[in-house]
Design a protein around this ligand. Structure first.
Ligand SMILES: [Zn+2]
Length: 292
């Protein structure tokens, strides 16, 4: 059975690009009578705000999107499902990664990385417990991974070029996204991951981490890296760039039909659909191909 998840990060109000991803995931799962988990990536406590967590539930409700597993409210998220409760599990992985002798400490500032585009701490051999240091993992020059993608087929990603020596633990001691995400996907038996095409290098990073620890189930995961929605300038939508939020649609009285009409045109459907259910029906009857 397909087991997929939607994994919003509560670092801002959800925008249309986020909900396109949720809709695609939901459609794949429901079309295949699979199982959908809601996972809220709230590990970054500085950015995760209660109003953003609340917004996730409000937006999913507005869309008419249901899920089978995971929190049903912000209170449940905090009490039972928060990633903060899984810190020990992530730390366990980081400890095992350290045992592979590929981890090194990095004291570069964000500014240095932005300016130099590369960290040279590999050669410095700093103690791993250096105060305020992030931990990075060494990526060999030949780190090329083959991603199993539903639409693209087998896709090669050169991890060395895309995400050389990426961070596995941040300076504040919190596990990096790459670690938390792969650990959760393995622990919750996820076998289909639907994400934007900008995250294909993350997929390769996670294949690398799971492979190092012989967690081979992750390599069996099916991926779908869908095309991204762009703004009028052709840039990727993002919360930080102030893309229009679904919250502002809701507050100005817009109905979910507005989103489904938009999705219909994004997919180039001849007959626009007005709800997820309608879209699912058209996919099941073969009128529409799950696209994007
Ligand atoms: Zn560095």
């Amino acid at each position: 059975m397909i087991r997929a998840r939607i994994a919003p990060t509560p670092s801002g109000y959800l925008h249309i690009g986020n909900v396109v991803n949720f809709a695609i995931t939901w459609l794949w799962v429901r079309q295949n009578k699979g199982h959908l988990r809601l996972r809220i990536d709230d590990l970054d406590t500085q950015r995760a705000k209660p109003e953003y967590i609340e917004d996730i539930f409000n937006t999913l409700k507005w869309l008419g999107l249901d899920w089978d597993e995971g929190p049903q409210s912000a209170a449940e998220q905090e009490l039972q499902y928060s990633q903060k409760r899984r810190k020990d599990r992530y730390d366990e992985w980081i400890a095992k990664l350290i045992e592979t002798n590929r981890v090194f400490a990095c004291t570069c500032s964000r500014k240095q990385i932005e300016e130099l585009h590369v960290c040279n701490c590999r050669q410095k051999n700093l103690p791993l417990n250096t105060p305020d240091a992030a931990l990075r993992i060494y990526t060999p020059v030949d780190a090329i991974f083959v991603v199993n993608d539903i639409k693209r087929g087998k896709t090669e990603v050169n991890l060395y070029n895309e995400m050389r020596d990426f961070v596995i633990r941040r300076r504040d001691g919190i596990a990096a996204y790459q670690v938390a995400s792969v650990v959760d996907d393995i622990d919750f038996d996820i076998n289909l991951i639907v994400r934007g095409e900008d995250l294909i290098s993350s997929t390769a990073a996670q294949l690398y981490l799971s492979g190092l620890l012989n967690q081979n189930s992750f390599a069996e995961t099916t991926f779908y890296h869908h095309r991204l929605l762009k703004n009028e300038q052709g840039e990727k939508l993002s919360k930080s760039a102030g893309s229009v939020s679904i919250k502002s649609w809701r507050e100005s009285g817009d109905k979910p039909e507005k989103f489904y009409l938009f999705l219909s045109s994004f997919w180039g459907l001849k007959e626009p659909v007005l709800s997820l259910g309608e879209m699912l029906e058209q996919i099941q009857t073969g009128l529409v191909k799950l696209e994007s």
